[in-house]
Unconditional design. Structure first.
Length: 213
């Protein structure tokens, strides 16, 4: 897949709300995914972007898991730079400037790996469960840059469902593997693909906001 452009299972610690320093360390091509939007089925390409958090919460506690690993947050996007695409708005806010016409013809999403930003996180509760949402992604203020950025923790990971690195794939948690394996792109590679499952006309994603996850 050319990326020119949830409920997490298991032991998990929810990132606190607020404005946090973060670094992008994973860009994962999920292939074409089926979802329900306004009660109707919908299919579209999806990519998952993951950030590690650095710093402290409002009470002075480090933004880490019990084992010392930094907390992480993620969001799924449709890989589109259309005028109304959520990914485009996020990248423009992150960069602090709009895309040039030349960049809009083919922006390599892999370029965001290792890039620092500020994430504004909020919480909401649905069906008795609390979820962490990414409300905004902006650039790092110059005052923070002058103080020096922290040492990165996680290895940068790029995953392409059309040319999968199986060592990387096998490192993913089971729920993420299952998501990728359910995509028609993966099934076509493995031969586990039925004609009835074919998704020939995904809806153009630059005409509406991404589906919430």
């Amino acid at each position: 897949m050319s990326l020119k452009v949830s409920e997490t299972k298991g032991d998990f610690k929810l990132a606190p709300p607020g404005n946090h320093l973060a670094r992008c360390y994973r860009v994962i091509d999920l292939g074409t995914q089926k979802t329900i939007w306004n009660g109707k089925p919908k299919v579209s390409k999806k990519v998952q972007i993951v950030w590690e958090l650095h710093g402290e919460d409002a009470d002075g506690n480090p933004l880490t898991m019990d084992d010392g690993r930094p907390l992480s947050v993620q969001k799924r996007f449709t890989p589109s730079l259309g005028p109304k695409a959520t990914l485009r708005a996020v990248l423009v806010s992150w960069r602090g400037r709009p895309f040039t016409p030349e960049e809009l013809e083919g922006f390599e999403l892999q370029n965001i790996l290792g890039a620092w930003c500020m994430l504004t996180l909020t919480h909401d509760t649905r069906d008795g469960k609390t979820y962490c949402n990414i409300s905004s992604v902006t650039g790092v203020p110059s005052t923070i840059k002058k103080m020096g950025l922290p040492q990165p923790y996680n290895e940068n990971i790029w995953f392409d469902v059309d040319k999968p690195d199986m060592e990387v794939f096998n490192s993913f948690p089971d729920y993420l593997k299952e998501t990728i394996q359910n995509s028609p792109e993966w099934k076509m590679r493995t031969g586990d693909y039925e004609t009835s499952e074919h998704i020939s006309q995904p809806e153009p994603e630059d005409q509406s906001d991404d589906i919430p996850f």
